[in-house]
Design a protein around this ligand. Sequence first.
Ligand SMILES: *[C@@H]1O[C@H](CO)[C@@H](O)[C@H](O)[C@H]1NC(C)=O
Ligand SMILES: *[C@@H]1O[C@H](CO)[C@@H](O)[C@H](O)[C@H]1NC(C)=O
Length: 221
Amino acid sequence: MKPFFLSLTLTFLLFGFTTGFSLTFSNDEQVLDTNGNPIISGGEYYIFPATLDHHKGGLRLAKTGDSKCPDTILQNVNITGLPLKFTIPNISNGIILVGTKLDIEFTKKPNCVKSSKWLIVYDSEHDQNIFHVGIGDHESKPETSIPGIFYIKKYDNAYKIEFCFDDDMGGYNCKNVMRWKDFKEGESPLVVLAEHVQDPYPVVFVDAPSFESGIAMDVMF
Ligand SMILES: *[C@@H]1O[C@H](CO)[C@@H](O)[C@H](O)[C@H]1NC(C)=O
Ligand SMILES: *[C@@H]1O[C@H](CO)[C@@H](O)[C@H](O)[C@H]1NC(C)=O
């Protein structure tokens, strides 16, 4: 019996040590909304620019190029836009930390796509190093979409979203999700640039139900 209890105690000690240790890692910080509450997997949020006014600058879906489907994401200064949810792949419920692997998905879906999950799309018409953030499923567009995963990272007093490409060596090559400047005044596609300068797009997450009922508190910033 003794060795058993000893190993049990050791296990608890080790468990305590590792959890205590990992809590001191900054990556274990929970992602907060502008009310100061942790982002919940499956909850509905707006993504707004991290400016003083967290009421507009939301995201919409549009047709671009010769696409017949509104499957490209644009950020527009004037709109509330569409709410989104964050989920952790293969985990139905979970705590979303800075650096947790995420699926990002609009809560509504146009009929022309199978999924409203964010997807990185290769734009062969233009600069080969520009990837658009769109929606859809990788299986439907294996040739033109890029496998990888999204993360939320801290940036200044707010957050930024990163997309990490699966690289050939089983690792990740992470780039900021940015706004593409030279599109139209006040409206920009969200893009990931493989080679160019990496200007992050600082964002906040606004709880959609409290925003819609007008009780968003904005305690965080
Ligand atoms: C989720 O599970 C599938 C099937 O088991 C696996 O192929 C995929 O890599 C997993 N996704 C992540 C992000 O871990
Ligand atoms: C935003 O609204 C202003 C004022 O109505 C308008 O002039 C401008 O064109 C709009 N910009 C976009 C990108 O929708």
